[in-house]
Design a protein around this ligand. Structure first.
Ligand code: DGY
Length: 425
């Protein structure tokens, strides 16, 4: 059965493989997405290491001169997606978007390197990627943490990857819609509109894109110019984990200066993460940098922080919190607390389960020794696949497959989970 699932997952990867990059899924997302690629490379690495390295190499070929790695690379024109290159207007020869996405590549590269069968190829690729990933991390702390707090802001909900999370509702309501050029959404032609963000949210997403474009995508200005500045514990947890892993990788490769600075980023970030902890919710919360207030919204962002090496007592508290949530749903981990009135089990990041997040939370909690909850998370993850195939996301109670189908990173996570020590007993 397990081998059968792995073969099916490989079929999904093959279908979405465009040779030097993969699309997340046919139709809905026809280009290369940043964190999709990094996580998908983990799946490839189990059966084709060269292809895994190529995926990440392609992504970093499109890194900007200032260090940013954009969230979409528009390799081939396709008018089935909105917003396309004309809306972003970043002026790149091969067009890209202008915002970024969770920085999970440092983690992925270290993991692929550590277990590589072809050590020579792994060393060569890791050595080439190391300074580029580090430049991206430096870019984050330079441009998105101007006051040196140790935590970075996102300036667009799409940067978090959790596009329509309830976390953003109040802050997004402050983003205007006046002056947004008329547009036609394409996502709702490929996926059920009830599973996707609303039109109102899209108008605000596009206002932000137009606003940043009016600054010529000058990253030294965008943080302060954005009416949406949010410190997401999940986003920061991923960045901190990647900095920590890059430090370890750099040490292995004898790149001591990168190791030193990466470890300093990660140590400072872990200490600063304490400012996001809420005893009332038993988890981390987002900080709205415009109002300087914690956002009272218990989402998966505050659980995903466990991907980085938070203190043991915090990891234990997160494990207990997930255990409690697990009593209210059939499948862990819902992207929002089901006890909250805004929870919606079908709508993208307002309740559904995502396998990539399950994988990252399980990995962090495994490192923290929270093995019972890890077993439940990975068992639920595989049950979802058996029940509903390789969907983009799933209803945490009915397992209804939502969003796109034949999804690359879902398939990659199945291979990764089944082939590693995190596999269900
Ligand atoms: C989308 O188009 O839904 C993406 O999440 C934005 O990157």
């Amino acid at each position: 059965m397990r081998q059968d699932l792995i073969e099916k997952a490989r079929g999904v990867l093959a279908r979405n493989d465009r040779g030097h990059y993969t699309v997340p899924t046919h139709g809905l997302y026809p280009f290369q997405w940043n964190w999709d690629s990094a996580l998908s490379a983990l799946g490839f690495s189990h059966f084709d290491e060269a292809r895994a390295w190529r995926e990440i190499e392609t992504l970093f070929q499109h890194q900007w001169e200032d260090g940013e790695v954009p969230h979409i690379i528009f390799h081939e024109m396709n008018d089935g997606y909105f917003p396309g290159p004309d809306v972003w207007g970043t002026g790149r020869k091969i067009p890209t978007s202008g915002i970024t996405q969770p920085a999970v590549t440092g983690f992925a590269v270290r993991r692929i390197h550590a277990r590589a069968r072809n050590k020579t190829m792994a060393d060569a690729n890791a050595r080439a990627l190391l300074p580029r990933i580090h430049a991206w991390h430096q870019w984050f702390y330079r441009n998105r943490d101007p006051e040196g707090t140790g935590l970075v802001s996102i300036i667009h909900p799409w940067e978090s990857g959790r596009d329509n999370s309830i976390d953003w509702d109040n802050a997004l309501a402050r983003v205007p819609t006046e002056g947004v050029a008329p547009f036609k959404r394409r996502d709702v032609a490929h996926a059920n509109p009830d599973h996707r963000p609303t039109d109102e949210e899209y108008r605000r997403y596009i206002w932000l894109v137009q606003h940043f474009r009016s600054f010529g995508w000058d990253n030294s200005k965008l943080h302060d110019a954005s009416p949406f500045r949010m410190v997401d514990p999940g986003f920061n947890g991923i960045l901190i984990r990647s900095c920590r892993d890059l430090a370890d990788l750099a040490e292995t490769l004898g790149e001591n200066e990168i190791a030193r600075e990466s470890r300093a980023f990660s140590d400072r970030g872990i200490a600063a993460m304490e400012t996001l902890w809420s005893d009332a919710y038993g988890q981390y919360l987002c900080l709205d940098r415009v109002t300087n207030e914690l956002v009272e919204s218990p989402s998966i962002g505050g659980l995903l922080a466990a991907f980085c090496p938070i203190p043991d007592h915090r990891a234990k508290a997160i494990a207990s919190r997930i255990l409690e949530i697990g009593k209210t749903v059939q499948y862990l981990v819902p992207s929002h607390d089901p006890a909250q009135p805004q929870f919606d089990g079908l709508r993208y990041w307002r309740g559904p389960v995502w396998l990539i997040v399950n994988y990252m939370i399980a990995d962090g909690l495994l490192n923290a020794g929270q093995t019972d909850i890890v077993q439940r998370i990975v068992t639920d993850s595989i049950r979802l696949i058996e029940q509903s195939g390789f969907a983009e996301y799933y209803d945490p109670n009915t397992a209804e497959p939502c969003g796109g189908s034949s999804f690359t990173w879902t398939a990659a996570m199945v291979i990764e989970i089944l082939k590693t020590e995190a596999a269900p007993a």
